[in-house]
Design a protein around this ligand. Structure first.
Ligand SMILES: Nc1ncnc2c1ncn2[C@@H]1O[C@H](COP(=O)(O)OP(=O)(O)OP(=O)(O)O)[C@@H](O)[C@H]1O
Length: 295
């Protein structure tokens, strides 16, 4: 996606954030700046400190050290008026609510002075047909959509989405991305955590990669990792049957040379030219294999 980076006032500014649980340093000197009107994705392996960081920004968790402002306030002392400018979709909300979708969205809308029309919100998240269904009877993906509806009904200036599309089918994920983009286009700043690299690639204006409580990379999805990490890789099968690979800025020339040296027909066995994807770059940054990330 080629979205220009937006320059503006920082909606979130964190400097030197730290949080320790017992002996575990969950957040270890993290700096973060999110600008107005951008979709900012935080990626990182399990236990990297993403949720802890987001909860500090939301004012749900105390920090041990560091400076933070969110919408101009320190979240540790943010009051009711400040909180009403935030939308929060937490990672897990499995409370067994007896109220229906329609009742819940209307109820939440009542908390906000300038909330959205609850019926429009129900439509936007694709739950019109489930309006009369009790929350506890929804499927996992439908429940997530309800969480999102409750997060946006107050027309927040800043929306936190912690792994928002877990459990969505591919079609629901696509329509959710559309919804998030339309919120961004309407002026909402969005910070999301996700384990889906395609989600970050499709949705985010900028991506931060966190590992062991520290920021290891920050850029647009297309540029993350720097030009070196995005150099194409040419792979082929050598004369001894082993897989050979070489990173190069000029893959066409290398393929020509390989073809010229391959007798008798110029056919290079096992030839592949691969441009590293966001996922490849991410895996390199967090030092994991695909199998580890899938687990
Ligand atoms: N309340 C807590 N008490 C003790 N340790 C905690 C607590 N919350 C988180 N941790 C630990 O802090 C580290 C960071 O956890 P956190 O939930 O912030 O990671 P995460 O990046 O959000 O992970 P995931 O992708 O699995 O959601 C982990 O090692 C976790 O076990």
């Amino acid at each position: 996606m080629d979205t220009p980076r937006r320059q503006g006032a920082p909606v979130i500014e964190g400097l030197g954030l730290r949080k320790r649980y017992g002996t575990k340093q969950a957040v270890d000197g993290l700096d973060l700046r999110v600008e107005q009107g951008e979709i900012f994705a935080v990626l990182g392996p399990n236990g990297a400190g993403k949720t802890t960081t987001v909860e500090i920004l939301e004012g749900f968790r105390s920090r041990d050290a560091g400076e933070v402002t969110v919408l101009g306030q320190d979240p540790a002392s943010g009051g009711r008026a400040w909180r009403s400018r935030l939308g929060v979709v937490l990672q897990d909300s499995r409370d067994q609510v007896e109220l229906t979708v329609r009742e819940l969205v209307h109820h939440f809308a009542g908390f906000y002075p300038a909330g959205q029309d609850p019926e429009e919100v129900i439509d936007a998240v694709g739950l019109r047909e489930k309006g009369s269904t009790r929350a506890r009877q929804l499927s996992g993906g439908q429940r997530r959509r309800l969480d999102v509806a409750l997060g946006i009904v107050g027309r927040p200036e800043l929306l936190f989405l912690d792994e928002p599309t877990t459990g969505f089918d591919p079609q629901a994920r696509r329509s959710f991305w559309e919804l998030v983009r339309s919120l961004r286009d309407g002026g909402t700043t969005i910070l999301l955590t996700t384990h889906y690299l395609d989600e970050a690639a499709h949705l985010a204006d900028r991506v931060a990669v966190v590992r062991d409580g520290r920021l290891v990379a920050l850029d647009t999805p297309d540029a993350l990792g720097g030009p070196q990490a995005r150099r194409p890789v040419v792979r082929w099968t050598g004369a001894d049957g082993s897989t050979r690979s070489e990173r190069t800025d000029r893959p066409t020339r290398l393929v020509h040379e390989l073809a010229a040296s391959t007798a008798p027909d110029g056919e290079v066995p096992g030839l592949q030219v691969v441009r590293p994807s966001l996922e490849d770059v991410y895996l390199e940054l967090v030092g994991a294999t695909t199998e580890e990330v899938a687990r």
